[in-house]
Design a protein around this ligand. Structure first.
Ligand SMILES: Cc1cc2nc3c(=O)[nH]c(=O)nc-3n(C[C@H](O)[C@H](O)[C@H](O)COP(=O)(O)OP(=O)(O)OC[C@H]3O[C@@H](n4cnc5c(N)ncnc54)[C@H](O)[C@@H]3O)c2cc1C
Length: 318
């Protein structure tokens, strides 16, 4: 059957492409289905400086290399489609796209990634990766001696604001409420840091600039007064949303809608694995996605090989 694959990988970010490389190299017939452009969140990153072995590379280029590498081993990649229906409960799994294409397979790897929760202000999309960041570990270093804003009032916002003072000359925390939701410890650390100051009960309503972010418009939530602030960068930490909407009811998710996996990236369903930013984990990086993708692929290879062995043995008996 042309539309039957050993493994279908859903999502072509760092995790899915890595899985594609390992699976195809092991001669496992693999299809990767991806919504949007190949590369996932890597494409949003103008510069990746913490991927071991590569001093400096654009996220787009790293994604392009991973894609070529997977295709070189025979992996088929289809992008710009939507998966509209999944049947993962039986031995033969079924994936249906918005083009009504039906694909079947013996194992599935879900690597649909996720996205940081956005503020929803004017210009946010335009300046993503051009002054707006959602990842201090990834981008903090680019703001050496610069003035930045951190948006948010939870643990990550305050923790990352403190960590960003290693680079930035000044960090302004903007929070919509008059109090923080973070643990006392994080609040204390931020308050005693001389580089940090606070604007409470306020929201950024607009990001603006030319090629890159140059200023933001801030609205006071009590008086509605709007002020302009010139700024080099804005880091947003108001939560994370895994891309698992289409999986609800199909597979076990935790209360944050992250996919529950064991150490071998197995989900609660036989022959279904998950990897990368869509799984339950703390650190979301290209390196960790690549690691998860490797483990998921190796687990799926073992599963598919055992399945084939069982079928061969049954055929010999008959
Ligand atoms: C601005 C920014 C900068 C970053 N900088 C760095 C950095 O410098 N260093 C670093 O290590 N990490 C960085 N990160 C984090 C890193 O990019 C991610 O952790 C990593 O790329 C996640 O890979 P992934 O494959 O798990 O998911 P993603 O990259 O999110 O890929 C998931 C793919 O699945 C697709 N998809 C989603 N739903 C479906 C569906 N239903 N059907 C089919 N396809 C679907 C998506 O379109 C996407 O292509 C950065 C992140 C951002 C946002």
């Amino acid at each position: 059957m042309d539309n039957h694959f050993d493994v279908i990988v859903i999502g072509a970010g760092a995790a899915g492409l890595t899985a594609g490389i390992y699976l195809s190299r092991a001669k496992i017939k693999t299809l990767i289905l991806n919504e949007g452009s190949v590369g996932g969140q890597m494409v949003l990153t103008h510069e990746i400086a913490n991927y071991p072995g590569v001093e400096n590379i654009s996220g787009y280029e790293l994604g392009r290399i991973m894609k070529t590498q997977a295709q070189k081993f025979g992996c088929i990649i289809k992008s710009n489609l939507k998966i509209t229906s999944l049947d993962l409960n039986n031995e033969v799994k079924k994936v249906i796209t918005n083009y009504k294409d039906v694909y079947t397979c013996d194992a599935v790897i879900i690597s649909t990634g996720g996205k940081s929760r956005m503020i929803g202000a004017v210009g946010e999309d335009r300046f993503k990766g051009k002054g707006i960041s959602y990842c201090a570990t990834c981008d903090g270093d680019f703001f050496q001696d610069k003035e930045i804003i951190v948006v948010g009032g939870g643990n990550s916002a305050l923790e990352e604001a403190v960590s960003l003072t290693k680079y930035a000359s000044k960090v302004t925390i903007i929070h919509q409420f008059d109090h923080f939701q973070a643990l006392e410890h994080y609040i204390d650390e931020a308050k005693k840091n001389e580089k940090i100051n606070f604007i409470m009960e306020s929201k950024i309503i607009e990001f603006n600039g030319d090629e890159k972010l140059e200023f933001v418009m801030i609205q006071d939530q009590v008086t509605n007064e709007i002020t302009r602030m010139n700024i080099d960068g804005v880091f947003i930490f108001i939560g994370y949303v895994p891309n698992t909407d289409s999986l609800e009811g199909n597979i076990e998710l935790n209360k944050w809608k992250e996919i529950v996996v064991d150490k071998d990236m197995r989900t609660n369903l036989s022959g279904v694995y998950a990897a990368g930013d869509s799984i339950q984990k703390k650190y979301r990086q290209v390196t960790t996605a690549v690691g998860d993708g490797t483990i998921a692929a190796l687990s799926a290879i073992e599963y598919v090989s055992n399945l084939k062995k069982e079928i061969n043995e049954q055929e010999l008996v008959q």
